[in-house]
Design a protein around this ligand. Structure first.
Ligand SMILES: NC(=O)c1ccc[n+]([C@@H]2O[C@H](COP(=O)([O-])OP(=O)(O)OC[C@H]3O[C@@H](n4cnc5c(N)ncnc54)[C@H](OP(=O)(O)O)[C@@H]3O)[C@@H](O)[C@H]2O)c1
Length: 358
């Protein structure tokens, strides 16, 4: 599986970041600058619009190159942080040129020949990649799966019911720009007290969202699917099943967009094989890699996006046993959708691949 640049000038693998200028790509460059420096060249790639721009990575100004086949010359690992249609066209081309692709888009996640990997949960899957492509789960799934996977390993998951509270940066730079603009349009007003007034103030500035998101919550993310489900909701079901290896797990999810810039939250009702105790659940969550248990409501301690943004772990609070079911737990989970929810998980997968190549 090694690519042609495996023994590049520095003797370390060459990495390409495709989509380096986007919401995920920007955080990716920060993460690559903060984690152990295992890479030789780091090549930054984006659309021709961005070619020639300079971005900082590992403290060095690096010029962005346009996405072309030549951009993958000598690349060992290529991280794709681009829209679905761009990944669909270019990820197989990069793989054909010898790079191992780690893709953040939704294009390959459910392909049976593409592993869907969360290093804390199913790291072994990274090696089974007949297409040379590894998929990164969606940010909503990733925001809860590390905690859920740890509980599943101990208790055996039997059913999942979840609701998401999703940040606008889950819709990329355009999502962030839209909320900022809407906030400026509604700031300092009495809006939100009579029907339609927020909608009138926001006008056409709804960006990628079907309704105003400032001073509002919107029970919709993604595109319409059969029987009233959204694509985002089906992603969470399908991805959870694939990552945990539970192909018929009953999963019901409602995805909601909230006026938060970054960090997704979820309420989780998880039912297990047998009786569970809160003490055991807390012990598991307190020791699981990548999870922080922050759960003392009497002292005002539970995770919120305002505290969690910019951090790496999955934060869990409000751990309770279900009132009417001794086999089920209730949790509130927060995760930075641009870090563990996308760029960090991708970087961790790339590090697993680099360890194979070395
Ligand atoms: N935001 C999240 O929380 C999140 C989480 C998980 C996964 N994802 C997925 O990650 C991917 C990137 O999302 P994002 O939120 O970072 O999007 P974004 O902010 O809109 O950035 C898109 C990136 O793709 C590049 N791009 C667009 N069209 C291109 C083309 N034709 N050729 C080459 N590059 C092109 C852009 O380059 P220019 O700047 O040159 O236009 C930019 O670098 C998407 O598939 C998204 O679904 C996002």
């Amino acid at each position: 599986m090694a690519g042609p640049g495996q023994t590049g000038r520095s003797g370390r693998p060459t990495l390409a970041v495709v989509g380096a200028t986007g919401a995920v790509g920007t955080v990716m460059l920060q993460i690559l600058s903060q984690r152990a420096d295992i890479w030789g060249e780091i090549r930054l790639v984006a659309s021709p619009r961005s070619a020639g721009r300079k971005l900082a990575v590992r403290g060095e100004e690096t010029e962005v190159v346009a996405l072309t086949e030549e951009a993958f010359d000598g690349v060992d690992v290529a991280l794709f942080d681009v829209p679905d249609e761009v990944a669909e066209r270019w990820a197989p081309l990069a793989a054909a040129k010898g790079a191992v692709v780690v893709d953040n888009s939704g294009t390959f996640r459910m392909d049976p020949d593409v592993p869907l990997v969360v290093p804390e949960v199913n790291p072994h899957a990274v090696r089974m990649r007949p297409r040379g492509i590894i998929a990164n789960p969606s940010c909503t799934t990733l925001s809860m799966i590390v905690a859920l996977g740890a509980l599943h390993a101990e208790f055996g998951l039997r059913e999942l019911v979840a609701s998401s509270y999703q940040a606008v940066s889950g819709a990329g730079r355009e999502g962030v720009a839209t909320l900022r603009q809407q906030l400026s349009l509604v700031a300092g007003t009495e809006l939100g007290t009579s029907p339609g007034d927020v909608r009138r103030a926001v006008g056409d500035h709804t960006g990628p969202f079907p309704e105003p998101v400032a001073l509002n919550v919107v029970p919709w993310a993604g595109t319409a699917r059969e029987d009233g489900w959204s694509s985002e909701e089906l992603k969470v079901r399908d991805e959870t099943r694939k990552i945990l290896g539970l192909p018929v797990l009953p999963v019901a999810v409602t995805c909601v967009r909230v006026p938060v810039i970054t960090t997704h939250s979820l309420t989780v009702h998880a039912r297990f094989e047998g009786e569970v105790t809160v003490d055991k659940a807390r012990e598991i969550l307190a020791t699981a890699p990548g999870v922080v248990l922050f759960d003392n409501p009497a002292a005002g301690e539970f995770p919120t996006p305002a505290d969690v943004v910019g951090t790496d772990p999955t934060w869990v609070g409000r751990v309770r046993r279900a009132l009417d079911d001794p086999t089920a737990l209730e949790l509130f989970v927060c995760g930075d959708n641009l870090r563990k929810g996308s760029a960090l998980n991708t970087a961790q997968i790339a590090e697993l691949v680099a360890a194979e190549l070395s």
